[in-house]
Design a protein around this ligand. Structure first.
Ligand code: PLP
Length: 342
């Protein structure tokens, strides 16, 4: 897959703009280590997930499960749905997203604008608890036995991982194979495990660190609700088939307070990142100084902060949930300032 970094000057489909996302050096240490952010919000829809959305559709077409005029159904917290909405629109499919009121409203409104039918699993308005398990049950039920209708089932669909293979090639090409640590959020596991699987073929020796919210169950620990959107495995949901523990050298948990404080501190460097990326960057910054001199750590940034202006970046919303922690923000600010000076 050479030439992963180039694209024609003019393209004819939005999905032709997927990939080739930039790398931003966020921090460096006195010992010459650096933290690079793979800015996946530069994909259409502002998130990495459109990579796997396209792959799931192309593979279903190839298997003959999806034919012209077909219908796609998926349970989504928003980002996967946005990707499916774009690719379905381009290829003439109907797309139904099974969602809940926990999802970020901007993602839901954008899907609707792109022509998606939204079906709420919690029609009464629900609470703020995650409804992942109920969403998946309903999506499966809606697709069962219907001709030319597929439930893409992102948690168990191998195409989800394959959709991220190009990320490995982009990184390998951009960094001349010099990657020591890859760190990223783990929800379905598609992004981190898919990238790792392909990258291990290109660079055998690097460590993969998975990050999930505190309260999520893939890496153990007590289960409870959390606000980092689109990531983790909430209690009651099955750990996805793509979460491959053999590919993840270390699994860590970051709380909402630290994750969101990091988003807010990073924003003051000029970059808006989403809540799950806040958790990843928090963990990355904490361990950057402990790496051998001259190391390169790459953090996968699943989406940007624009979708979270009413939540992570809204003081009243944060305060109402006891998530605002100015002292934690200051600490991260100071760490960032120090690491950006080197
Ligand atoms: C904002 C955000 N972060 C992290 C993830 C987790 O990525 P993955 O499902 O590939 O593990 C997702 C997935 O939807 C997401 O939308």
């Amino acid at each position: 897959m050479s030439g992963a970094l180039t694209r024609p000057a003019v393209v004819s489909h939005v999905s032709d703009l997927i990939g080739r996302t930039p790398l931003l050096e966020l921090a460096t240490t006195e010992t010459g280590s650096r933290l690079l952010l793979k800015l996946e919000m530069f994909n259409p829809t502002g998130t990495a997930k459109i990579r796997m959305a396209r792959q799931m559709i192309l593979d279903a077409e190839e298997r003959g499960e999806l034919r012209p005029g077909g219908r796609i159904i998926e349970s989504t917290s928003g980002n996967t749905g946005l990707g499916l909405a774009v690719v379905a629109a381009e290829r003439g499919y109907t797309f139904t997203a099974v969602v809940d009121h926990h999802a970020c409203t901007d993602k839901l409104r954008a899907m609707k604008a792109l022509g998606t039918e939204l079906v709420y699993v919690d029609e009464d308005g629900g609470g703020e608890e995650l409804a992942t398990a109920a969403r998946e049950e309903l999506a499966e039920e809606m697709a069962r036995g219907k001709d030319n209708t597929i439930f893409t089932e992102q948690h168990n669909n191998p195409s989800n991982g394959v959709g991220y293979f190009p990320v490995a090639h982009e990184l390998h090409e951009a960094l001349d194979g010099r990657i020591d640590v890859l760190i990223g959020a783990v929800g379905t596991g598609g992004a981190l495990c898919g990238t790792t699987r392909e990258l291990r073929k290109l660079i055998p020796e690097f460590a993969t660190v998975g990050v999930e919210p505190k309260g999520s169950i893939a890496f153990g620990g007590p289960a409870h609700d959390y606000y980092q959107s689109g990531t983790g495995t909430p209690e009651g949901a099955e750990i996805g088939a793509l979460v491959d523990f053999d590919l993840i050298d270390e699994g860590v948990k970051v709380g909402d307070v630290e994750a969101f404080a990091t988003c807010r501190a990073v924003a003051r460097t000029g970059l808006l990142i989403g809540g799950s990326a806040g958790g990843v960057v928090y963990e990355a910054l904490t361990r950057l100084g402990t790496l051998p001199p001259g190391s390169t750590m790459v953090a996968l940034i699943n989406d940007g902060g624009e979708k979270y202006l009413d939540t992570v970046f809204d003081d009243a919303w944060m305060n109402a949930r006891n998530l605002l922690d100015p002292a934690a923000e200051r600490e991260i600010d100071e760490l960032l300032t120090k690491l950006r000076r080197n």
